[in-house]
Design a binder for this molecule. Structure first.
Ligand code: GLN
Length: 439
């Protein structure tokens, strides 16, 4: 472990040359106080604002945007003495599951275990540096539909996403407002708990942050664990082997039973992609080179010509696809049939989870059905096959419940187990994750 700041910056630059985890290595603007996070170095996903470092969400259209403020979640960590050491690359605006959809002119990160494979996305840079950091580090990342859990599973680190609304979204560049959550990655569960406690709550300016509730206390006892049966179909053989071994070990320390989530598995993907693309296309509309986004030459052009030129030249392919999908779903006459209906289905999904939590403390599934694929394998996937990869992670994200991926592989490529608890039961989740860590 190194602890000299100069050496740590040099180390990050060296790692970056080989693996492409950073959009920028550099220290965020100071005002760091002494506190309980003294000596902790944090990297921040590039869609979260840090004063004096560029915030581009890995998109060319935001190149050169340097915020003059810290996101609330980051400010709260700086107040406790943490130091920001850089911004990590992601899929453009968070649009992806492999981190191969980086914006134009950005570099694709490589898996820390095998450079011919992807890191997973969209928080691939965050997961990669978490795996390789040889200094005291946690990564601050964000999940809309699985962007913390998936790369954590593929890179072999712990990835945690809290209850929707516990961490302020102020200073987070929106993907889909009703789904976005800031969360944490680390090597060990214990490293993220003080960071989480420092990060929750509001300071100013976030109308969806819960202000009157805190995570519930939890007193350790034997837990009732539900394995989601639908999640066990279609795993690749390495994932299946590691999951089966872990479930058998868990049976010795907890009451483990199989449970069903049929509605969520049937409707999760279409519901998620309707809500996510509708909100994303709304959010991206402001990026047209007038008030927001990279600017071009307006001379002699109508608004439509200028708008089209800027957006054609500066959004990547997947961002364009999502703008079209989301704009279609929100068109007059379609809004009730798609977006509004999807939000109603989401309510039914939340209820399906809540019903299980009346009987079970924790639900588990594999995080991803596969191990980190090779770059050439990802290239062959169609957009629909890409979206289907999120089948296991969209459920807890739609439900807004706390969940995490924890590494369980004893050999070979990393495999993650995903654990989920009821809203505000983060402490129970951490307790369970530590049990898995000790297995
Ligand atoms: N893979 C999902 C998507 O592309 C999740 C991304 C995320 O959580 N930001 O929407």
């Amino acid at each position: 472990m190194i602890d000299d700041p100069e050496e740590i910056f040099a180390e990050c630059k060296k790692i970056n040359e080989k693996y492409n985890y950073f959009t920028e290595v550099g220290q965020g603007a100071g005002d760091s106080n002494k506190g309980m996070l003294n000596g902790l170095y944090i990297t921040v996903k590039d869609n979260i604002c840090v004063k004096a470092l560029d915030a581009t969400a890995s998109s060319k259209i935001l190149k050169g945007y340097m915020p003059e403020f810290n996101a609330t979640a980051i400010q709260r960590l700086l107040n406790q003495g943490a130091t920001v050491i850089g911004k990590t690359v992601c899929d453009e605006f968070g649009f992806g599951s492999f981190n191969t959809n980086v914006g134009l002119d950005f570099k694709i990160p490589k898996n820390p275990v095998d450079v011919t494979r992807v890191t997973g996305g969209s928080s691939g840079g965050a997961a990669g540096i978490t795996a390789l950091a040889n200094f005291r580090h946690v990564a601050i990342a964000e999940s809309t539909g699985g962007s913390i859990e998936c790369p954590a599973a593929f890179c072999g680190v712990v990835g945690f996403c809290p209850t929707y609304g516990l961490v302020s979204r102020y200073g987070l560049i929106d993907y889909a407002n009703s789904l976005d959550k800031i969360g944490i990655m680390s090597k060990k569960v214990d490293e993220m708990i003080p960071v989480f406690n420092a990060m929750i709550g509001q300071t100013i300016c976030s109308d969806s942050t819960v202000v009157d509730q805190r995570p519930k206390e939890f007193k350790p006892r034997k837990l009732k664990v539900g394995i989601i049966k639908e999640s066990l179909k279609g795993m690749d053989s390495h994932v299946e082997k590691e999951i089966t071994r872990t479930i058998n070990a868990l049976k010795k320390i907890a009451n483990v039973e199989e449970v069903n989530l049929p509605f969520t598995f049937k409707y999760g993907i279409p519901t998620y992609y309707l809500i996510a693309t509708s909100e994303a296309s709304t959010n991206l509309a402001k990026l047209c080179g007038m008030r927001y986004g990279i600017q071009g030459d307006v001379e002699q052009k109508t608004f439509n010509e200028y708008f089209t030129e800027i957006r054609s030249a500066n959004f990547g392919e997947e961002a364009k696809r999502r703008i079209m999908l989301g704009t279609f779903a929100r068109m007059s006459g379609y809004r009730d049939a798609y977006y509004i209906k999807a939000t109603k289905v989401r309510t039914l999904i939340i209820q399906e989870y809540k019903k299980l939590f009346q009987k079970y403390d924790v639900l588990i599934s594999p995080t991803m059905p596969i191990v980190a694929p090779k770059f050439e394998e990802v290239k062959k996937l169609t957009p629909i096959q890409n979206y289907m990869m999120d089948i296991l992670t969209v459920g807890p994200n739609l439900a807004g419940i706390p969940h995490a991926s924890i590494p369980i592989h004893k050999s070979g490529l990393p495999v993650g187990l995903m654990a989920m608890t009821e809203h505000l039961e983060e402490n129970k989740l951490f307790h369970f994750l530590k049990l898995v860590e000790e297995l």
